[in-house]
Design a protein around this ligand. Structure first.
Ligand SMILES: Nc1ncnc2c1ncn2[C@@H]1O[C@H](COP(=O)(O)OP(=O)(O)OP(=O)(O)O)[C@@H](O)[C@H]1O
Ligand SMILES: [Mg+2]
Length: 243
C-alpha cells in the first residue's frame, strides 16, 4: 500500500502506511512561530539522521519512544500517537524565553536540578507557558500522567546530556512532545534535533537553531547541524541521492 499524506507541519510532513506513521523531514526552517521561513536544502536529511540517532540512544537507555525505524534519508517510521498539545521543556542552563520571564537568572546560569516547564502548543497564542494546575484543570493530563511525563522528561534529559557530554557537547535545554499510544500509555514522540534543543560545543558555538534565530543564513544553520552530526558520528545520507 502506498503511504497516504496526512498533514504538513512546519518541519515535517506526515504520511500513514499500514497503521504506522512516516515523518518526512522538510528542507525548511522557521522561527517566530512561522513568521520567518527559509528553505535549507539538506536540512531534512541531517535532522532525520540526528533524530533517529537520539531516539536509538533513548531506547538503549530503556525509555519508550515512538521510534521504529529510519530509511537512511529523510523519513522516520514511528508509532502513531494521539499527541498531547504540550511542549515539555527541560532546561539545564538559563537561556532564551526563561531569561525574559525571570530576569533574576543570569544567562547560562546552571540549573541543577533542571527546570521542567510546560507550554500549551498553539502557534496563534505563541505557545504560552502554563502551570501544572492549568494542565490538570483543562483535562490535558491526569495527575499520574503529569508526574510520569515529568519523570520521563528528566530521564530523557539525563540520557541525552550524558551522551552529548561524552562527545564534548553541552545540552542547554530542549523541547519534547509526548502522546498516548493505542493503550493510552505515555510515549515520547515528535523529533529530537537541533531545531528542538540548544547544544554548545567547547568553544560556545551553537550547533542548533539559535544560529538562525540570531540572523545566521540557512547555509550557516546547515553547517551547524552537519557539525552536530559529525561530532556524534552520525552518518548523513546525501540529499537527492538518497531520496
Ligand atoms: N508519533 C506521532 N503520532 C502522531 N503525531 C505525531 C507523532 N510525532 C509527531 N507528531 C506530530 O506531527 C506534527 C508535524 O510535525 P511538525 O513538527 O512539522 O509540526 P509543527 O508545525 O511543529 O506543529 P503543529 O503543526 O502541530 O502546530 C506535529 O503536530 C507533531 O506533534
Ligand atoms: Mg514541530
Amino acid at each position: 500500500m502506498e503511504p497516504r499524506f496526512v498533514r504538513e507541519g512546519k518541519s515535517k510532513r506526515i504520511y500513514i502506511k499500514n497503521g504506522e506513521l512516516i515523518l518526512e523531514f522538510k528542507d525548511e526552517i522557521t522561527a517566530g512561530d512561522g513568521a520567518r521561513r527559509d528553505p535549507v536544502p539538506g536540512k531534512g536529511v541531517v535532522n532525520a539522521a540526528i533524530s533517529a540517532h537520539f531516539f536509538r540512544v533513548l531506547e538503549e537507555a530503556g525509555i519508550r519512544t515512538h521510534f521504529r525505524g529510519y530509511d537512511g534519508c529523510r523519513r522516520l517510521f514511528v508509532e502513531r500517537l494521539e499527541m498531547i498539545p504540550l511542549e515539555v521543556i527541560v532546561r539545564n542552563y538559563a537561556y532564551g524565553s526563561l531569561l525574559r520571564r525571570m530576569p533574576l537568572l543570569r544567562r547560562m546560569q546552571r540549573l541543577d536540578p533542571p527546570i521542567f516547564e510546560l507550554h500549551y502548543k498553539d502557534d496563534s497564542l505563541h505557545d504560552p507557558l502554563v502551570t501544572e494546575d492549568d494542565v490538570l484543570r483543562a483535562g490535558l493530563l491526569t495527575a499520574e500522567e503529569l508526574s510520569l511525563i515529568r519523570r520521563l522528561a528528566l530521564r530523557v534529559n539525563e540520557a541525552l546530556s550524558e551522551h552529548l557530554r561524552a562527545h564534548g557537547l553541552t545540552l542547554v535545554d530542549m523541547k519534547l512532545e509526548f502522546g498516548r499510544g493505542a493503550g493510552g500509555e505515555i510515549v515520547l514522540g515528535d523529533e529530537i534535533t537541533g531545531d528542538t534543543m540548544r547544544i554548545l560545543d567547547e568553544s560556545g558555538r551553537h550547533l542548533d537553531k539559535e544560529v538562525y534565530r540570531r540572523g545566521g543564513t540557512p547555509q550557516q544553520l546547515l553547517e551547524a547541524y552537519l557539525e552536530l552530526a559529525r561530532r556524534l558520528g552520525v552518518e548523513v545520507g546525501r540529499g537527492e541521492l538518497c531520496c
